[in-house]
Structures are given as structure tokens and as C-alpha cells.
Design a protein around this ligand. Structure first.
Ligand code: FE2
Length: 430
């Protein structure tokens, strides 16, 4: 007997009236109209069953700290970094863990079951690293979490000197941090930025780890560290294991240069993560009008065959006062800023918060095929596009076939003469 049988589901590829059979935490069969005895049966009523949302770019050590010790008055990336520097001496293990665990509750309720989070490794005590390693352990039954060793102050620029910074970063990796990070555009010079990319990629290659660098997160059209990142990826044979995050300078670069750059990224098998909510909020702050939006060139990268994901990046922290772990909100914003409004492009935006970030993280067993983990989200929508339009309610969230979270359908009761008694904002019906 099956553990769980979901029937009458619509799948992201558009197939409807599909059944998904679950046994021992795995999907055993996906077919139309399957009948089989099961301990639990669920009628999806034609709604969209999706693999869980994935966020390949987040900062969980800073999350839910908004207002501590003050708010970011200018709204810039650089004031955010300075503010984080003021907050760091005040952090405690317990508060870091409590805030991160609270965010993970939000994430699960939004069907977000895999998160790659950067963690600042400039503090020689590695306070945030130890806190997030504890969080990773505690949420492991329900969230796949990867940690990135992120030298927020610059691995070469930091105040304790490059040698000690690199040693601290290596100690973080020794303790179990999964991925090597970096921030080349924040190093003192362009040359130091390029050197940091080289050193950190060599470190990742030596340890067999993936790389995910904050890269060119500025409006400077001449910030070109992603070119170096692609070069080092190829030189060291790291294809498919390296991610360039943010890449906001690409918004401002010369078109001719980008026509050379994007094929280089594709050739190196580089993954790209764009963070629409944060990029358009932090960038362009020195502009009058027109104000640049700073989001990287998502449709052009996708057209070149580059794997692009959208990330949440921040939620209620020194850089961003909003956010709730809702990856449909993230994709909704990305869709608008990138003008990805065709039906096909909107489906690409849905992929950018599901299958694409799963590839960034190298998740195993992700998807709705037989043999995959029985991890999925039932949405109050009949298609990916409707899910994006409505930032649809996550009716049920499952992990390994077990129900993790449930939310009542969004419906408003109406009290108007000659009109229906309720609406759920669905086309052609309630
Ligand atoms: Fe970031």
C-alpha cells in the first residue's frame, strides 16, 4: 500500500489530472489517473503541484535583525555593510540561532525547502558560522541548507590582514561550511579583486568545493570580476560548480563588452543568481534620472544557455526592510524588472525559483519524477503563471511525503447584491 497518493494534480509542465504516488519518502510513480490503495489520499482539485521553492542566495546570519542597532538611512549597499559592522560586536549565538530558526519557519510555510546562505567569516571567533551550523543541523529534517564562507569585509581588505582572513575562512570550511564565497568588488583595488577570485577559486579546487561569489555588485560598468571568475572556473576545471551572484554591474556595462562576456560565462558553465528585490533597491542610489535598476541581464543570459536563478538575498536586515521567504514574490519582481512577460518567459521566472536554483545548489533527488524525493508544494493556482500572478497560497507543503505546513485557501467573502458570495481572484470562476 502506498503512503500517499495525490490525484487530480496539474504539474509544472502543464500535464493535468496527474497522480503522484509516494512510498518511503520517494515518488514511485507519476501518471494520469492512477488508482491504488494508499494510507492517505489527497484530491488536488486540479491545482498546481510543484517541486519546492529553492533560494540559492540568502544571508541568514543577518536576517530579522532590522533596526539593530539602527536602520540604513541612505539605503545603499555600503551603508548596509557599515551597519552590519556595527551590529557584529552585539551578536550572540542564541540570538543568531533564534532569528534564523524563525526565518526557517517562514520559509517552510512558503514552501521554501532548500536555502543556500552566505555566512560572514571575518570574525575570528566564527560566531555566526557556529550558529548557522547549529541551525543547519536543526533544520536538516525539513530544509536542505548550504553555507557559503563569505568574507564580507574582503578577504584581502579586512582589518586583520589577508593572511589571517584567509586562515579564518579556511577554519570555517574545516568546521563544515560547504561553499567558498568572495566579494571581489569590495577589495581595495580591481587588481586585489581579481587576485581574491584567483585565490578563492584555487582554494575551492584544492578542497573539491563549490564556489559562489558576490560579484560586481555595483553600478560601476567597469567592475568586471565575473570575467575573472569565468576564467578561473575554466582554468581550474570547475565548470558547473561555480556561481556568480548579483552581477549588477552588467546592467550598466557597454553592450559590446557584454556581447563578449555572456558567451564566456556560458562557455565556463557558470551559474548566475540575480536578486531582484535587493538589486533594484540598492543599486542606482547615486543616479538622478534616469535611475538604473541594477538587475543583471537575465533574459539575455538565459538565451545564451546560462542557468539563472532568482534569490531572496535579504529579509529584514541592514540591507532590506521587507521580505518573507516568499520566492513567488521574488520571481514576480524579477519578471517585472526584466520585462519577462511572455507566457514562456513567465514560466522561466517560475523555474528561476525552483529547478534553476536546485541546479545551482547541486541538489540530488529534486523534482517530480519517479525516484525523486517526495518533496512538493500544492499551490492555490492552476498554472505557474497564475501562481506568479497571485503569489499563490501554499495550500500544503510536503517533505519526504510528510506534511510540514498547511495554509487555508485565500478567499474573500463578498456582501454585494447580484454578485457572487466570494472570490479567489481566479480567471473564469471563484
Ligand atoms: Fe548577497
Amino acid at each position: 500500500m502506498l503512503d500517499l497518493l495525490i490525484h487530480n494534480a496539474t504539474l509544472p509542465d502543464g500535464r493535468s489530472n496527474m497522480s503522484v504516488a509516494v512510498q518511503n519518502g520517494c515518488i514511485t510513480e507519476v501518471s494520469a489517473g492512477l488508482q491504488a490503495p494508499a494510507h492517505e489520499a489527497l484530491d488536488a482539485q486540479g491545482q498546481l503541484l510543484s517541486p519546492p521553492f529553492v533560494d540559492a542566495h540568502f544571508h541568514m546570519d543577518a536576517t530579522l535583525s532590522y533596526g539593530l542597532p539602527r536602520v540604513n538611512a541612505s539605503g545603499t549597499l555600503l551603508e548596509g555593510i557599515a551597519l552590519w559592522g556595527e551590529l557584529k560586536p552585539l551578536l550572540t549565538h542564541e540570538a543568531l540561532v533564534a532569528r534564523a530558526m524563525a526565518y526557517c519557519d517562514w520559509a517552510v510555510a512558503k514552501g521554501l525547502l532548500a536555502i543556500r546562505t552566505h555566512v560572514d567569516v571575518c570574525d575570528p571567533r566564527l560566531l555566526a558560522v557556529d550558529a548557522l551550523l547549529e541551525v543547519k543541523r536543526r533544520v536538516a529534517p525539513y530544509i536542505d541548507m548550504q553555507l557559503v564562507a563569505f568574507p564580507q569585509d574582503g578577504v584581502l581588505r579586512g582589518t586583520t590582514g589577508p593572511q589571517e582572513h584567509m586562515e579564518t575562512l579556511k577554519r570555517a570550511l574545516d568546521r563544515g561550511v560547504d561553499v567558498v564565497g568572495g566579494i571581489p568588488h569590495f577589495e581595495r583595488t580591481m587588481a586585489d579583486g581579481a587576485l581574491s577570485v584567483k585565490l578563492l577559486c584555487e582554494l575551492a579546487a584544492a578542497r573539491g568545493l563549490r564556489v559562489d561569489m558576490h560579484c560586481d555588485e555595483s553600478d560601476d560598468p567597469l567592475s568586471r570580476h565575473v570575467e575573472t571568475l569565468a576564467f578561473e572556473t575554466q582554468r581550474l576545471g570547475l565548470q558547473g560548480r561555480v556561481t556568480g551572484s548579483h552581477l549588477t554591474s552588467m546592467h550598466s556595462m557597454d553592450n559590446y563588452y557584454v556581447s563578449k562576456l555572456i558567451p564566456l560565462l556560458a562557455e565556463a558553465g557558470l551559474h548566475v543568481v540575480s536578486n531582484p528585490l535587493i538589486n533594484i533597491t540598492l543599486q542606482g542610489r547615486h543616479d538622478s534620472y534616469p535611475k538604473r535598476r541594477g538587475m543583471t541581464r537575465v533574459p539575455e543570459l538565459l538565451a545564451a544557455g546560462v542557468n539563472v536563478a532568482f534569490g531572496q538575498d535579504c529579509a529584514m536586515d541592514p540591507w532590506y526592510s521587507l521580505g518573507s521567504g516568499d520566492m513567488l514574490e521574488v520571481a514576480h519582481m524579477g519578471l517585472h524588472v526584466a520585462q519577462m512577460t511572455s507566457q514562456a518567459a513567465m514560466r522561466q521566472c517560475f523555474d528561476a525559483v525552483t529547478v534553476n536554483p536546485a541546479r545551482v545548489m547541486g541538489l540530488q533527488g529534486y523534482g517530480l519524477q519517479p525516484g525523486c524525493h517526495a518533496d512538493f508544494v500544492l499551490l492555490q493556482a492552476s498554472s505557474q503563471v497564475e501562481a506568479l500572478r497571485l503569489r499563490a497560497t501554499r495550500l500544503r507543503v510536503y517533505r519526504r511525503g510528510q506534511l510540514l505546513a498547511q495554509t487555508p485557501a485565500a478567499t474573500s467573502t463578498l456582501f454585494m447584491p447580484d454578485r457572487p458570495d466570494s472570490t479567489s481572484w481566479r480567471q473564469g470562476g471563484k
